[in-house]
Structures are given as structure tokens and as C-alpha cells.
Design a protein around this ligand. Structure first.
Ligand SMILES: *Cc1c(COP(=O)(O)O)cnc(C)c1O
Ligand code: SF4
Length: 337
């Protein structure tokens, strides 16, 4: 019944009614007894919409979806090597609101807002106010892209690019489609699994009508995020001609097992989504407890390679500040020997 009510609400309402209190979240899951006096950083509070909570197991403090959003005292422990800007992004934007790190594609963080706050997020300390493109800098972005003729793809990112209104999003699409050199527009978004209703009819119709190829890279870390309700919206996106890919982050205690990875890839594929990237955690301050040893990641990856057809195996990558691509993890040394 509760699920039914949630699906009646439009995405904006669900966004505005997201849970922001640890006590409330734990109460929803019958976990009030576990109530820890966690310190929640002011710059990155708890935030999770009800629909995502509905996919968590009641009574399980180790639920893989809960662990992604529940603040943990371990976030407060400073760990050497884990810094606030692990990718040096604050220094890699040629103009405000544009990251041009790799050839042929640029990334625009069009909003700092997210529907959900993922505790492992590498952008949790990012200075969005200093880096957000506004309509005023739209002209500068257009000039920059025009001056770089090899750029043929624009990635809308954030924050979450689907957390802004259709009106604002469509305005950016209009601008980008007006550039003949751009043939692909990509959205990196977690909203399809957090509030699937965000893939509303107007959005899908607008994307379907685009003269550009539309790629949507969803961000799903665990098979439990993909329930039937979520799948129905992914199906609509697929039917609208959108190429659906997934990126996940390898997270200790959440998806760092063979079973979790196999289930995720298979479930994604059954919903018309292909696994794209499996990221080694970016070494961001506050997230060290989610990280796993690279040797352990490689060992797991060999198991995944053995268990799945090649098209269901995401690329295992890490991001390094000054490399011209996301760096494939060196898996060639047999971790078993
Ligand atoms: C991840 C990323 C991209 C996209 O990289 P792909 O390998 O094409 O998926 C582009 N620009 C920036 C700044 C990125 O972080
Ligand atoms: S949705 Fe993406 S950008 Fe937003 S907090 Fe989660 S991982 Fe970070």
C-alpha cells in the first residue's frame, strides 16, 4: 500500500519529501534500536527519498542500500591519502561550468543538487557555487565548444542533471543541439533508480525528439535498486531510443562480492541496461571505510570475468587526476598465483 501511494506522487513532490533525518530513516526500517548518535556533516547531510527507502530491507542495518546513505561516524576519521578533491576537479575547468579532461567530450555539472546523498561520493566537497554554469555563462560554454572542434559529445552531470526541472534541462538541450559538431548528449544520473518517475513523459519525448544520440548512464550499485517499478521506467526510456548504461562504484560491504556483481549485471541486462564502468572508489575524505584493497578488487574482477559473458562485465577503472582517460586497473597479474 505504501508503495502504491509513493508511485502516485510526482517526482518533484518525492524530491521535496526526501528523508533528511537519521532517526526518521531508522524508524522507517524498524531500526530505531540501532540509533547511533552519528555526526552528520552540515555540508553533506543525510538525504534519501522514500521510494529508495522502500527498496531497503526492514530490520537490516547492513542493508546494501541503507549503507550507501546512512551517515557513519567513520566519515569523521581522517585517513592519509583521502582528500577533499581527489580528482583535482577544482582546477580542471577551463571555464566556469565546464570540465574538459578527456578528448572529444566535455562534462558540464549543471547543478550541485542530488536527489540522494551517497556517503562515498567524490563530489561531496566540490565547490559547486564556484563551478556551476549559469545561463549567463552559456555563451562562454558555446564559444569554448566551438573553439574545440574535436568535441562531439557533451556530458550533463552534477550533482544530478535530472534534479533540475524539464524547463531548465530542455534549455541546455536546445543550446547543445544548436551546435552542429555535437552528435551525442550524455546524462550521468542516479535519478532513474532513486525516483524513477523522473523519467516522465515530457522528458522522454524531448530526448526521443533530439537530433543527437542520447546516452543515459545510470548509477546503480546493487541489484536491489532495480525493482519492477524502476524497471518499468527504464523500459520506457529504452523504448524512447535512449542507450542505457550503468556505472557502479565498488563499495566495501555493499557490492564487493561475486554474488552482488553477478546479480547486478544480470539484473541490469534484464532491464535493458548494459554495465559500463565499475569504479574503484575515488579517494575522497570521509569515504575510506568504503574502499577495498586494489588487489582484492582484482581478485574479485577475475571471478566476475570467469562468471559472466564479456558484455556483462563492466570495465574496472579508476580515475587519476592527470590521465587522459579513466584508467583501466591493471588486472594482468594473476591474483591467484
Ligand atoms: C568520466 C568523465 C568523462 C567521461 O568519460 P568516458 O570514459 O567517456 O565515460 C568525461 N569528462 C570527465 C571530466 C569525466 O570525469
Ligand atoms: S547521486 Fe551521484 S553526485 Fe549525487 S551524491 Fe550520489 S554519487 Fe554523488
Amino acid at each position: 500500500m505504501i508503495n502504491h501511494l509513493i508511485t502516485q506522487k510526482n517526482w518533484q513532490t518525492q524530491l521535496s519529501e526526501a528523508i533528511t533525518s537519521v532517526d526518521e530513516l531508522l524508524a522507517h526500517l524498524d531500526l530505531s534500536a540501532h540509533r547511533a548518535d552519528v555526526y552528520v556533516p552540515q555540508h553533506f547531510k543525510l538525504r534519501v527519498p522514500h521510494g529508495f527507502v522502500a527498496k531497503m530491507r526492514v530490520g537490516d542495518i547492513n542493508d546494501p542500500l541503507l549503507k550507501q546513505v546512512l551517515p557513519d561516524t567513520q566519515e569523521q576519521i581522517a585517513v592519509t591519502g583521502y582528500v577533499s578533491d581527489p580528482l583535482s576537479e577544482n582546477t580542471q575547468n577551463p571555464i566556469k561550468g565546464l570540465l574538459h579532461k578527456y578528448q572529444s567530450r566535455v562534462l558540464m555539472p549543471i547543478t550541485g543538487a542530488c536527489a540522494i546523498h551517497c556517503r562515498y561520493c567524490f563530489r561531496q566537497h566540490f565547490d559547486y557555487n564556484a563551478n556551476m554554469p549559469t545561463v549567463q555563462v552559456g555563451d562562454e560554454i558555446v564559444d569554448y565548444i566551438r573553439a574545440h572542434a574535436d568535441v562531439n559529445e557533451v556530458i550533463l552531470s552534477g550533482g544530478d542533471p535530472l534534479s533540475i526541472s524539464n524547463r531548465r534541462l530542455f534549455a541546455w538541450l536546445d543550446v547543445l543541439e544548436g551546435l552542429p559538431q555535437i552528435d551525442t548528449i550524455r546524462l550521468h544520473t542516479r535519478l532513474p533508480v532513486v525516483i524513477p518517475e523522473r523519467l516522465d513523459e515530457a522528458l522522454l519525448a524531448r530526448l526521443q525528439a533530439s537530433r543527437c544520440q542520447i546516452v543515459m548512464v545510470i548509477h546503480c550499485n546493487h541489484a536491489n535498486e532495480l525493482d519492477a517499478h524502476t524497471a518499468s521506467y527504464l523500459q520506457r526510456a529504452h523504448a524512447a531510443g535512449i542507450t542505457l548504461l550503468n556505472q557502479a562504484v565498488l563499495l566495501a560491504g555493499i557490492n564487493d562480492s561475486l554474488e552482488a556483481q553477478v546479480n547486478l549485471s544480470k539484473k541490469l541486462f534484464s532491464k535493458n541496461v548494459l554495465p559500463y564502468y565499475l569504479h574503484i572508489l575515488d579517494k575522497v575524505a570521509g569515504a575510506a571505510h568504503f574502499d577495498i584493497e586494489e588487489s582484492a578488487a582484482i581478485k574479485l574482477y577475475w571471478e566476475v570475468l570467469a562468471a559472466l559473458p564479456g558484455y556483462l562485465v563492466p570495465k574496472l577503472v579508476k580515475e587519476l587526476p592527470n590521465k587522459p582517460f579513466k584508467v583501466p586497473v591493471d588486472i594482468y597479474t594473476d591474483p591467484i598465483s
